[in-house]
Design a protein around this ligand. Structure first.
Ligand code: PMP
Ligand code: GLN
Length: 383
């Protein structure tokens, strides 16, 4: 018999991500999938045309390592127009295989074994395993009960070994959005330190009620220490394309690219060229807050007639809700029950917690056609 090596796991606590698990369960039971965050509608056909044109025009070989120049320039111009920070496309913008790779690469670039990284919990599920794979030590700092940052707790978690801080606004899973004052407080807190900021801003174009996205790039003190991460998948309804971007000062970008070149090396060319052409028109992303706000309002209005208790949602495409009036199951068991018995998949909030903390809250994704939302609401109101 050939011998299969026994390997000690690099991630002994980790199983398959909750998003994959819940999507598979939804499919198995024919449930409406409001779990994993992705749209069930298609992107703008003009974007497909632009990608197809790039392929037919023969742009099918490796692009430059840091990304197609036209796309890097388009990203730099967009950041300058929206947030007032001028990044150099050549030395400060890198195109990545989605935000997930961007965040992992940024961590690999700066975190040495034993370095501490502060994460605010609940947090996106890749952060903690990413830190572990770097040999770093995660320092989870709980967000307040209303999911806003607790700056006293963040300050208390800073030590001489703190290498980086990860933030995420608009926030997955809570839909909380950091205010300008939050960012100024963070700026003042980090100013005397060498802490690198990794700002996960994948939902930058989903901020509601006429509020502004407070990108780290808006604040010179933060921009000087930040990897600012975004994702075209979220912005243009193409999560499966896995293309994202990172903006960071040249010195940080140089370190980032040292890792990036030996990780993915490059990201697929025709998608990049298509996105570059499509970005010439700002209307699609400038219209996104209104588009998703209408979906949020529709979903909230429907859920308000159910026994779920709505939590606030100021951004992202996620709506959280308490289910105490419906069930006393732990949240993961409740989500399985909901998928199998009620025919609607959701994500348990404990999946975003390092210690599996129970809040009796689940997350629904409202990036769905109105008909999908209405069908799900009908089932949820029946509970
Ligand atoms: N960060 C957060 C907060 C997310 O919700 C997601 C979406 N899955 C990502 C990062 C990853 O984005 P991408 O699909 O571009 O890798
Ligand atoms: N970001 C999406 C979510 O939070 C899905 C990401 C994934 O499936 N890894 O649901």
């Amino acid at each position: 018999m050939p011998r299969i090596p026994t390997v000690p796991s690099r991630l002994p606590q980790v199983g398959t991500t909750i998003f994959t698990v819940m999507s598979a369960l939804a499919q198995k039971h024919g449930a409406i999938n409001l779990g994993q965050g992705f749209p069930d509608f298609s992107c703008d056909p003009r974007l497909i045309d632009a990608v197809e044109r790039a392929m037919r025009d023969g742009h099918n070989q490796y692009p430059p390592m840091a990304g197609v120049p036209a796309l890097r320039q388009a990203v730099a111009d967009k950041i300058a127009a929206l947030y007032g920070q001028r990044y150099d496309a050549e030395s400060e913008i890198t195109i990545t295989a989605g935000a997930t790779q961007a965040i992992f690469t940024a961590l690999l670039a700066v975190v040495h074994p034993g370095d501490e990284v502060i994460v605010l919990t609940p947090c996106y599920d890749s952060y903690l395993p990413n830190i572990a794979l770097c040999g770093g030590v995660a320092r989870p700092v709980p967000l307040r009960a209303d999911f806003r940052p607790d700056f006293a707790a963040i300050a208390a978690a800073i030590t001489p070994r703190t290498r980086a801080l990860l933030i995420n606004s608009p926030h997955n899973p809570s839909g909380t959005v950091w205010s300008e004052q939050d960012m100024r407080t963070l700026d003042a807190l980090l100013a005397p330190t060498d802490i690198v900021l990794i700002a996960d801003e994948v939902y930058e174009h989903m901020v509601f009620d006429a509020a502004q996205h407070q990108s780290a790039s808006r604040f010179p003190g933060l921009a000087a220490r930040a990897f600012v991460v975004s994702s075209f998948g979220k912005t243009f309804h193409v999560t499966g394309w896995k293309v994202g971007s990172v903006a960071a000062p040249a010195a940080l970008t140089a370190e980032f690219r040292k890792v990036h070149q030996f990780n993915v090396f490059t990201v697929n060319t025709p998608m990049q060229l298509g996105l570059a052409a499509y970005l010439a028109d700002p209307a699609p992303y400038l219209g996104l807050p209104a588009f998703y706000q209408a979906k949020r309002d529709r979903f909230r209005a429907g859920l308000a007639q159910s026994r779920f208790e709505l939590l606030p949602c100021s951004g992202s495409y996620f709506q959280c809700a308490r289910y105490a009036a419906i069930s006393d199951l732990p949240d993961d068991a409740f989500c399985r029950w909901l998928t199998q018995q009620a025919g609607v998949a959701a994500i348990p909030l404990s999946a975003f917690e390092p210690d599996g903390r129970q809040r009796g809250v689940v997350r629904f994704c409202f990036a769905k056609q109105d008909a999908t939302l209405d069908a799900a609401l009908q089932r949820l109101r029946a509970l």
